[in-house]
Design a protein around this ligand. Structure first.
Ligand SMILES: *Cc1c(COP(=O)(O)O)cnc(C)c1O
Length: 391
């Protein structure tokens, strides 16, 4: 799962390179001091190239990437933005930050957006659809893109948890109008804190870039102090040290993905080999594009999932959010953000997302690590075998 597992000398050297060349920590300007070192710019270009995207703009976090992308899509008060009931709170926070109304769909056995429910949730006020590729697995993008296309709605892919994943050969984050990424310390590629907005559309790129830099248009005809502007922005600029780390992490990404996929296959096979079990595994729309972030399976009831999880926890086995951090990843528990939403109409949040709650509460997600060896994989399968027998 996390890029922190593979932070090493390369990242340290890259950071030192910035200090050894004038220590300019700002992403632009100071040309006389920086010895032509532009780490954030280089990271953006390398990231765009890796994905085959036209443009990439680096920001301070995955959450700010979402907000910046929504601002570039001109989302504001009166608009509805649809996302899914299984995501991290950040997706909904970004929608609220823009003054728009978050609307959630149920998730299906992919643990991602249920296209059938998406159709039901669209209204004349819907402006953007945000599928979230949770735990390294693509949402059902063919269906979602078709539904959005029929109604001329923009799709923003929250790719925070699926950097490097693909869907039928296409990199996640490049299928919709815009994609966002997170580089926080728990993600596949980390810069400590950081995020990226990618798009093929120049207007969206420029909108994102200006918004993330106080409205600065970076007009080449003027020095920064006399730069032009058309609308107000905010500051979500990435700094040079993050760019330096990101460039090195990006070089390690293909090797990291290969290792995760191999480890995931091995763990899944070991679990499938447990005799007498008929575990249901997560539906994966395109298994070839999975990043190998986690193995997810479902128990017969939420109560049994809880018991099995508790038994595993006692043996020192952790989870990828399910079930231990369910409350941060399931909209049915987000009264603090959604308790006053007009679509609630007197119902409880849990009532609104029954299908998602039922599926998520039966799920156990075992995280995959880069440094998992065969012995560790065998040990996890053995503990799971005992937990299933006893719990
Ligand atoms: C991590 C995450 C984010 C937010 O990213 P930060 O960089 O931590 O702000 C957004 N969406 C999802 C699905 C995430 O997992």
């Amino acid at each position: 799962m996390p890029g922190w597992e593979i932070i090493g000398e390369e990242e340290r050297r890259a950071v030192n390179e910035v200090f050894d060349n004038g220590a300019v920590l700002f992403r632009q300007s100071f040309a006389g001091l920086r010895n032509n070192i532009y780490k954030v710019k280089d990271f953006e270009m390398a990231f765009a190239k890796y994905l085959g995207a036209g443009y990439a703009h680096a920001v301070t976090s995955g959450t700010s990437a979402l907000k910046v992308a929504l601002k570039a899509l001109k989302v504001g008060p009166g608009d509805e933005v649809i996302t899914q009931a299984h995501t991290y709170v950040a997706t909904v926070e970004a929608i609220l930050e823009c003054g728009a109304m978050p609307v959630m769909t149920e998730v299906d056995w992919t643990l991602n957006m249920d296209p059938a429910d998406l159709t039901c949730k669209i209204t004349p006020r819907t402006k953007v659809i945000i599928p979230v590729h949770m735990c390294g697995v693509a949402a059902r993008m063919d269906d979602i893109m078709a539904i959005a296309g029929q109604r001329n709605l923009a799709v923003l892919e929250d790719t925070a948890q699926a950097c490097g994943g693909t869907y039928h050969g296409k990199p996640l984050g490049t299928i919709g109008a815009v994609g966002t990424f997170s580089f926080d310390h728990g993600k596949f590629l980390t810069t400590g804190e950081g995020g990226m907005v990618v798009t093929d559309k120049e207007a969206l790129y420029l909108g994102a870039r200006c918004y993330a830099d106080h409205g600065h248009e970076d007009n080449p005809a003027f020095p920064r102090g006399e730069d032009t502007r058309s609308f107000p922005g905010f500051n979500y600029r990435m700094m040079e040290l993050q760019g330096a780390i990101g460039l090195e992490q990006l070089k390690k990404l293909p090797g990291s993905l290969a290792k995760h996929r191999a480890n995931k296959t091995a763990l899944k096979q070991a679990i499938q080999a447990i005799p007498g079990q008929h575990l249901r595994f997560r539906d994966i729309p395109d298994p070839g594009g999975d990043t190998g972030d986690a193995v997810v399976f479902f128990l017969e009831t939420p109560e049994r999932a809880k018991r099995v999880a508790r038994a595993l926890q006692q043996k020192g086995i952790g989870f990828k959010n399910l079930p231990d951090a369910l409350n941060w990843h399931y909209a049915g528990t987000w009264d603090h953000m959604l308790g006053k939403a007009e679509w609630l109409k007197g119902r409880t949040l849990e009532d609104c997302f029954k299908q998602s709650g039922e599926i998520l509460r039966r799920a156990i997600a075992l995280p995959i690590f880069y440094k998992m060896d065969e012995a560790r994989i065998a040990a996890i399968a053995m503990e799971l075998k005992m937990a299933l027998a006893q719990a």
